[in-house]
Design a protein around this ligand. Sequence first.
Ligand SMILES: Nc1nc2c(ncn2[C@@H]2O[C@H](COP(=O)(O)OP(=O)(O)OP(=O)(O)O)[C@@H](O)[C@H]2O)c(=O)[nH]1
Ligand SMILES: [Mg+2]
Length: 298
Amino acid sequence: MMKTRSGFIAIVGRPNVGKSTLLNQLIGEKVAITSDKPQTTRHRISGIYTKDDTQIVFVDTPGMHKAKDLLNKRMDRTAVQTLRDVDGVIFMVDRMRGASETHIIKYFESIHVPVFLVINKIDALKNKSEIDEIIMSYLNVYDFKAYIPISAKEQTHIPKLLEEIDKILVEGPFYYPIDAKSDQSQETMMAELIREKILYHTEEEVPHAVFVQIESLKYNKKLKTLDATAIIIVERTTQKLILIGKNGEKIKKIGMEARKDINRTLDLKVHLELWVKVKKDWRNKESDLKLFGLGDDV
Ligand SMILES: Nc1nc2c(ncn2[C@@H]2O[C@H](COP(=O)(O)OP(=O)(O)OP(=O)(O)O)[C@@H](O)[C@H]2O)c(=O)[nH]1
Ligand SMILES: [Mg+2]
């Protein structure tokens, strides 16, 4: 039998630095949703990279920050716990070291695996010398395995990052079939794609107050489509009104874009029905979080 090599690599960092964008580029497919709003990723998502004799499971995590509500505290903990189960860590940053980066680095002291400092968004820097300034601010605070400037968006230096990760892999089994790309169910991915459109079309507190749940999925033999009903949960009636929009225009647009993306990303023809429901303060209720798969035991 062929000898195989494998490993689990966590991707951690502050919210909005580009972790999920990198995951998607590494896998070559949309595995995780992304947005310009912080706290987009809420649970850990594995993206599976398989090439020749090598399989790397990249574990995307929610952005780490000082959390206020129970949901965000849970998200933070998810990221911290992921650090314990991996063979290496990508610590992603997009600026010089500040208090929040220093806070995250503290968690690396108790794990005994290599940590790569990945400086993302170099396409947005005006000057190459800024990369050096950023790297300098991280020297002497932790013994990073390597310092790798990249642009996840423009796919700059991603092979270099893979090369560095490859060096730390050891002999091990393939944990997933060779054609697997993600550990997410189709249903979860569908809900995530709907949430991504909501993130795009709403502002301020609304994106954070939303949870999407697929209520029913039925195959329609006659039309050869999947009939899906999704419930969009918000925390207040005002948020519900914002989401629905004037004459229902906003929700219609969200539904249309989600349907198109589900078709493109999951290769599924769906008929999508969206309902908006208010569940007061769900982000702070253990019972609701549990119901949504974000409970204490995850
Ligand atoms: N200019 C530039 N923007 C980027 C790059 N990578 C990601 N972005 C943008 O940064 C924003 C955040 O990207 P995400 O991938 O959702 O960030 P994240 O770290 O997963 O965020 P959370 O899930 O909220 O923690 C999006 O608007 C991306 O398009 C990059 O290399 N260059
Ligand atoms: Mg993310």
